[in-house]
Design a protein around this ligand. Structure first.
Ligand code: ADP
Ligand code: MG
Length: 312
């Protein structure tokens, strides 16, 4: 059995800022991570992949908005499921092609993944994750009345819908993933943080209009599949202290205690590096390894030659 790694791909793996969201561009971007995954597979790792979906689900919401008089709009969790489907397809294909070039006999499957959350999670009291398109003030008021959405002004650019971002409790399909890994199959799962669902008092599952942070879901999956390493690939080569200041300093290897100290000192921004470091610390605490590195240095980071490595 190989070493087991769960890898969370950052948004830039699929689409970079200001790029047009065509399938051609997204497939092209995905080649970088696909090559990395093929290299990691060659190093004899068992690989589970997860990914973000912010721009993609934003566009699905926009399609729904534009076409709402023709086709009834789908709720947010269904939009998430749609994004898992088409992003999974694009990833699966680019990785299969990279494996083929490497003469590997490994293969890839994509799983639709439900992520259970607690209906009483405090996030439901204060929705704070902006999604979808911008509206003007009058439209925002209308949507609050009609759909009971929570709307928030976003940095002078207009109003956006905000939804809750609850903690993932349990990710479905983990037995299937472990089985697939043992058959030399790379698994793509939990995309966009997973499809948010909850269980009612009778134990029945229902979808929820929420989004779940992909780094938190990745960490939860890493725990559930008993991974040795949890990696987050992003658009910076390292985590830094004093980030963006003249005295910024890159972190290479650090302990959980050191990471907690820097976290408490406020070095990691909310909504970007904050959730990554929170996930890394929480995973590494159980005596395991968490890595944050650049998309094109994943294989090096796994070999201890790049990135920021947090060890428990
Ligand atoms: P992803 O799509 O990979 O989740 P994010 O934008 O959420 O990407 O997180 C990566 C970003 O975190 C970097 O581009 C960087 O601007 C920001 N960041 C905030 N604080 C730090 C830090 N201390 N060290 C490195 N990057 C940081
Ligand atoms: Mg992020």
């Amino acid at each position: 059995m190989g070493t087991r790694v769960v890898i969370a791909l950052g948004g830039n793996a699929i689409l970079r800022p200001k790029q047009e969201a065509t399938v051609e561009i997204q497939l092209k971007n995905l080649e970088t991570s696909a090559e990395q995954i093929a290299k990691i597979e060659k190093l004899n790792y068992e690989v589970v992949l997860t990914h973000g979906n912010g721009p993609q689900v934003g566009n699905i919401l926009r399609q729904n908005e534009v076409a709402k008089d023709v086709v009834p709009p789908a709720p947010l969790e269904v939009c998430n499921a749609e994004s898992q489907g088409f992003i999974g397809y694009m990833m699966e294909q680019t990785i299969k092609n990279a494996l083929r070039k490497n003469d590997s006999d490994a293969t890839v499957v994509t799983l639709h993944t439900q992520t259970e959350v607690d209906r009483c999670d405090q996030a439901f009291q204060q929705p704070n994750k902006p999604i979808g398109i911008f509206y003007d003030e009058a439209e925002a008021e209308q949507l609050i009345k009609e759909k009971s959405w929570t709307m928030m002004e976003d940095a002078g650019r207009g109003y956006r819908r905000v939804v809750p971002s609850p903690m993932p409790l349990l990710i479905h399909g983990m037995d299937a993933i472990s089985h697939l890994l043992s058959k030399n199959i790379i698994v793509i799962a939990g995309g966009g943080g997973g499809i948010p669902v909850y269980r009612d008092d009778e134990g029945m599952l229902h979808g929820l209009e929420a989004v779940i942070d992909k780094d938190r879901t990745g960490k939860k999956m890493a725990e559930q599949v008993n991974a040795d390493v949890f990696m987050m690939l992003t658009d910076v080569p390292n985590v830094y202290i004093n980030y963006g200041k003249p005295n910024q300093k890159k972190l290479e290897e650090l302990s959980v205690a050191e990471a907690e100290q820097y976290m408490a000192e406020g070095h990691f921004a909310d909504g970007s590096m904050g959730p990554k470091m929170e996930a890394a610390i929480s995973f590494a605490k159980n005596g395991r390894k968490a890595i944050i590195c650049a998309l094109d240095e994943a294989d090096l980071a796994l070999q201890g030659k790049a990135g920021t490595i947090i060890s428990g």
